[in-house]
Write a protein that binds this ligand. Structure first.
Ligand code: SF4
Ligand code: SF4
Length: 267
């Protein structure tokens, strides 16, 4: 089977495992890395549905469709079984989200795009509206040629971020609304106010919406993202099968309470 067929038309690229082996992230998934790993294959899963799908959204665009762990995991299962069949002598292990690899760096090193000032990966075709996945193998595939892999550096994301979370060295998670909307515990009133202002029940897309590299992003070729689109959440018992289900009901309940309280006071 040819590689393009194996990857179902999704963008993919190769980088050297040796280049990241000293930068691995400590997590349980690390134990699944193949011995004698040679190559990291980065795969992009675009999820952009078009602006009309995001009207009145109160969740980040990545969470509009059904849980991406399930959708991308299903596609990865398919890809990896085709790789194992095509190269039976080799080992292939895949990672989506729960990855020991520095995902953004690997995708950029594989020649699939660049790293933005907002620390996100940006594809020249699909923009930053992509999920990243990796397959690690002991088979050698020639890595992409080293290239300049940073965004155009226009700083629009820096100016647009409502909480000043993007600095010279990347994003400070403790300031970022996306991170804070997912964190357990009580909401700081100043954070709650910003979440109300930007209608964030989960996540924040402001720095991506203003990025010029996202202008003209191509729609996802993955039908399942269209079929399951729901751009809002209204009650904590609606989390089943959604990208934020892993966090449990309490966090969504807390965020919705903050949004609803503000609606009541403005009535
Ligand atoms: S996600 Fe929102 S809060 Fe976080 S860096 Fe981007 S604009 Fe700032
Ligand atoms: S808005 Fe400008 S600086 Fe920020 S990620 Fe996009 S291109 Fe880079």
């Amino acid at each position: 089977m040819k590689l393009d067929e194996i990857f179902c038309g999704l963008p993919y690229g190769f980088s050297s495992f040796a280049a990241v082996k000293d930068r691995l992230i400590e997590c349980r998934a690390k134990a699944r890395l193949p011995q004698n790993a040679e190559t990291v294959i980065s795969v992009l899963f675009p999820y952009y549905l078009g602006e009309e799908y995001y009207k009145n959204a109160n969740v980040s665009r990545y969470a509009v469709s059904a849980d991406y762990h399930i959708i991308t995991g299903g596609i990865m299962e398919h890809i990896v079984s085709a790789l194992r069949e095509t190269y039976p002598e080799n080992t292939f292990e895949y990672f989506v989200d729960n990855s020991p690899l520095p995902e953004v760096r690997c995708a950029a090193a594989a020649g699939l795009g660049v790293i933005g000032r907002n620390a996100l990966f940006i594809s020249p075709v699909y923009g930053s509206w992509v999920f990243l996945g990796e397959i690690v193998t002991d088979k050698y595939f020639p890595p992409a040629a080293p290239a300049e892999n940073f965004c155009v550096g226009c700083s629009k994301c820096v100016s647009a971020c409502p909480v000043g979370a993007i600095g010279d060295t990347g994003v400070t998670p403790e300031k970022c609304l996306s991170y804070l909307s997912q964190k357990k515990g009580e909401l700081d009133p100043a954070v709650a106010q910003k979440m109300v202002e930007y209608n964030c029940a989960w996540g924040c897309d402001i720095c991506q919406k203003v990025c010029p590299m996202n202008a003209g992003a191509r729609l996802t070729p993955i039908e399942a993202f269209f079929d399951t689109a729901r751009p809002y959440v209204t009650a904590a018992d609606e989390i089943e099968g959604r990208a934020f289900a892993w966090r449990g009901k309490k966090v969504i309940e807390r965020n919705l309470e903050a949004l609803n309280a503000s609606e009541k006071t403005s009535e």
